[in-house]
Design a protein around this ligand. Structure first.
Ligand SMILES: *Cc1c(COP(=O)(O)O)cnc(C)c1O
Length: 410
């Protein structure tokens, strides 16, 4: 581990976390990015902004989310682990948020900022549609026009979420360039932003993109970690020994991790999607199976071929299906503060079913990846130790995918 005073001090003035992050954007975008950075810096310290955000998080989103002791999962691990082993497993219940996942924490923060900046039109990109739905939701709440860019392939694959966005009043624009998936939708949204500078705010859905997005999204998602820390103190009188979360772009994970980064006694583990296995080439594990490059305005680990062309990610979970990862995770990986593991489609499917049967909680496939590794890790730990997992989304959206894999017709 490198010798730093605080793991929480980044990014620097250029938006970098060590060798990662930054603002790799076209000249035309630069003034927008710099203006956003100034406005965010000014607004985030304003007590009236914080009060407004807290009020919406409490009364509209449903925060704080509970911290729940998963007793039957813990017992299950202890039965297999033997005499003295098997940590207590706690779940941070962010799947109970309005719209069923953590994404709304960030969308609420960004739309309130957009309003204060005088913006009147919202754009966003979405892959699986979860971020699109959360964005369309807050736009409906504040009566703002909402344009969602979505790869044409994804529009076809994610019909229920496309319909949800339309019900919420959003316009979904299918993107037909490139591979017509998430990264192409991101490029199209950036293009829209450049040509509608004056009135438009771009809500990015994960802790990626050019500075200040990775830091801003992290800040809005850090409500997860701040709550969890206070709740754990109240329940157990101490911090957890291990905290874990799944990683797509990395927003729910950095939201849980960031408030704990300087607590040296807390081990931190992120879990990427290994798809059919990291060796198969069909996965979404950017840190485990990728290398550094530049995409969407920042330098980070990416899935790419020998020529530097971005490779489409694969995961059973559409929300983890992103060929990059937020730059702060790239930094935390290289510096050794956070450990990054991966779980395959099969392992996630198994954890999905286990959690449903043992806890009465049908998890999203994304956190099911983290749960698969959490079960292994808890079995190696002592019984008086504590493992905390972020249950970042619920599984209603995934039942058709799971049924399909189990060979069941609904
Ligand atoms: C979108 C999504 C993810 C992946 O995004 P992160 O930015 O990595 O958090 C994970 N879980 C759920 C439930 C999601 O909807």
């Amino acid at each position: 581990m490198s010798n730093v005073n605080s793991w929480r001090s980044g990014p620097d003035a250029d938006g970098r976390f060590g060798l990662f992050g930054g603002r790799f954007v076209a000249e035309t975008l630069m003034p927008l990015i710099l203006q956003l950075e100034r406005d965010y810096e000014k607004t985030k310290g304003d007590p009236s902004f914080k009060a407004e955000l807290d009020d919406f998080l409490k009364n509209y989103v449903g925060r704080p989310s509970p911290l729940y002791y998963a007793e039957r999962l813990t017992d299950h691990v202890r039965e297999k682990a033997g005499a003295t082993k098997g940590a207590k497993i706690y779940l941070k219940r962010d799947e109970l948020n309005h719209t069923g996942a953590h994404k709304i924490n960030n969308c609420m923060g960004q739309i309130l900022l957009a309003r204060r900046m005088g913006k009147t039109r919202i754009i966003a990109e979405t892959g699986a549609g979860q971020h699109g739905v959360a964005t369309a939701t807050v736009c409906a709440r504040f009566g703002m026009p909402c344009i969602i860019y979505m790869g044409a392939v994804d529009v076809e694959r994610q019909k229920p979420n496309v319909f949800r966005m339309k019900l919420l009043g959003a316009e979904v624009r299918p993107v037909t360039s490139g591979a017509t998936t998430l990264k192409d939708a991101m490029n199209e949204a950036l293009r829209d932003w450049v040509s509608n500078v004056d009135d438009t705010f771009y809500i990015i859905g994960t802790a990626a993109g050019p500075h200040p997005y990775p830091a801003m999204v992290r800040d809005f998602q850090s409500v997860i970690g701040h709550e969890a820390k206070a709740q754990m103190q109240e329940r157990e009188g101490r911090l957890p020994d291990v905290i874990m979360a799944c990683i797509g772009g990395g927003s729910n994970a950095i939201g849980l991790f960031h408030p704990f980064l300087d607590d040296k006694e807390v081990e931190i583990i992120g879990v990427e999607a290994a798809g059919h296995g990291v060796d198969s080439g069909q996965h979404a594990a950017s840190l485990t199976g990728g290398r550094p490059g530049v995409l969407h305005g920042n330098r980070t680990y990416l899935l790419q071929d020998d020529d530097g062309q971005i490779i489409d990610a694969h995961s059973i979970s559409a929300g983890l299906d992103y060929p990059g990862i937020g730059p702060e995770h790239a930094f935390l990986h290289d510096s050794g503060r956070v450990t990054y593991l991966s779980a395959t489609d099969e392992e996630a499917l198994e954890a999905f079913q286990l959690c449903s049967r043992l806890e009465g909680i049908i998890p999203a496939l994304e956190p099911a990846h983290a749960l698969a590794r959490a079960i292994d890790r808890a079995a190696e730990m002592e019984r008086d130790q504590i493992l905390l997992l972020n249950m970042c989304g619920r599984g209603d959206k995934d039942i058709f995918t799971v049924a399909d894999h189990l060979g069941v017709e609904i």
